[in-house]
Design a protein around this ligand. Sequence first.
Ligand code: ADP
Ligand code: MG
Length: 700
Amino acid sequence: MSEFLEQDITYIKGIGPLRAEVLKEDLGLATVYDLLINYPFRYIDKSVVTAIKDVATDFPVQLKGVLLSKKLIKASRTNILTATLKDGSGFIELSWFKGIKYIEKYLEIGKEYMVYGKANSYRGKLTIAHPEMESAGSNELKNYFEPVYSGTERLNKLNFDSKARRKVIKIILSRLSDSNLPETLPTYLIKKLRLCSRLQSVLWIHFPPDALKLEEARRRIKFEEVFYFQLKMLFNKSQRSLKYKGHRFEKVGTYLNKFYSEKLPFELTNAQKRVIKEIRADLGSAMQMNRLLQGDVGSGKTMVGLMCMLIAKDNDYQSVLMAPTEILAQQHFNSITESLKGLGVRAAFLSGSVKGKTRKEILHHLKLGTIDILIGTHAVLENPVEFKNLGLAIIDEQHRFGVMQRSRLWNKSKENRPPHILVMTATPIPRTLAMTIYGDLDVSIIDELPPGRKKIHTIHKTERHRAQIIEFLHREIEKGRQIYIVYPLIEESEKLDLADLQQGYERLLNHFPPPKFKISIVHGRMKPHDKDQEMQRFAEGTTHIMVATTVIEVGVNVPNASVMVIENTERFGLSQLHQLRGRVGRGAEQSYCILMSSYKLSKEARTRINTMVESNDGFKIAEVDLKLRGPGDIEGTRQSGIKEFKLFNVVSDQNILHTSRQLALRILEEDPGLQGDGNQVLLSRLMYLNPGKKDWGRIS
Ligand code: ADP
Ligand code: MG
């Protein structure tokens, strides 16, 4: 970074200490470079002049006209200055409430002005409040988009609006050159993609001569943002694989074969077969696997995980399977021990609640290698658990397995040989987003559900259908089914939500009185042990209805539950709704999801509900979710750096993403160390983007 770019903005003409302080506090802008990459959020098109008769409200326009009159109206609280502008087509009123003294002096009757602003309608009359004014003479030659920057109230008070900001930016731009703002992309890429230079893009993004140049500048900047994001992840990944060798699982031996031919209770779906093949190829190579397994709820990810653990066993390695909650871990343990019966594979369960002698024994056998598969919560990583030879770690229902946890796994392995890692996602995310935020992981997708699944009927109801719903629930219970009723829980309003839940529970008791009916209730304020016990009672079929906050969201499997009622649906996010719905439809019976909401809904809430009613496809739902919320709010993206993108947009710029990823892959394939002549610039930019990172491989 050049000295000029690192310069404190206090010393730039037109800023000074006061404004600099506010710029820093309000917008986080401290250096010249910060100002440069804080791009305009829109532009005023000054090449178009609108006739006054065509002015509509709420749309920014530029007018050219003669000032006919001005008038100061003294009102009790504030004064108002009004003026009338005329062009060949009509008249319009301009008005000011602030800075009147200064403006009144500036306005000359009979002079021609360029006027910019947005009109609104006041008492049936169009008026433009606080327009930007410039004498027309000086504007004749200007024919460009004028940048508009986001500001703050405090900056406006210091007279640092977009106009003042423009002046400062112009001063900075005039001092830029190829030497203080050097090129960051290799020449061959610039040529290949016909990109403009870095200097050019910065000049044009602030002051575009025309729409085409603006587009060119944007394309270059977007490309650079996403290209380096990809390159960084892929480079880290390849450095890591150079440094850390993988455990090679070459053998497909007795355990997997025996399980496959004798134990597997169903035919694998084609998608499961394909994914297992992909994983096996990874495991058999000498590289350490880092793979993300995506699949909709119920697509059978656990079976894939289990078969991978058997491959590990065939190669004399231990595996660990981690789940986010105790209940889920316990369920995995139960179903996996059931599947493994008579196979001679030893599995054990470990969590924070396993204590004393049992715990000691498990730890002992893990170290000895007499336990093949360990199943538990993430707590297994925090405990002084030692394996004899851990070869595979599977993390279930996670969005992104954090760096911290990953490095803990590293520590559990010997000789710089971390276990293979398979992360199974909780909710599918669109492929493009996966490629962006999990760029350093390989992605496998199960895009097919096991055959014979009945589509879950999803319906939307409001309060006035309550009686009808209760009746329906009665009929389902009579048929022997069980029911979930879920209330939202949002941290800020936890008390209110709890009251909601309590109220709903009491109302339910009226409709389903004990002792004939039994209702479980579970919420976040309960002790983990009590929660587990209640869940257990429901899972065993002791209770008919489970009233809960979203604690049941993850993974729990109660095949006999056939109805999911969601209260206050409008308060849930799409992917959360889809997750919840996935709790039913696990048995042979027809299942239902009833979305309760108030009658009046925001447009977005309506879209979410309609999407749920129309689709059962998690990938499609994720796509809509991404469009509604933008990538920043999708779970798992928070630490991904995706928010650092200033112009690149995951939803609308998929082409650029694709191109940049392909290029990054190819460049690293040909020149993994980025040592080639043309690639020096890439390496030094990466070093700059990864400050202080000496150990390239360790953390991704
Ligand atoms: P998820 O991908 O949501 O973790 P699970 O692994 O819990 O899904 O699988 C859901 C259910 O589907 C389980 O009861 C599992 O035994 C069953 N299942 C998995 N694969 C198949 C298959 N190929 N055919 C039939 N049932 C399957
Ligand atoms: Mg699962």
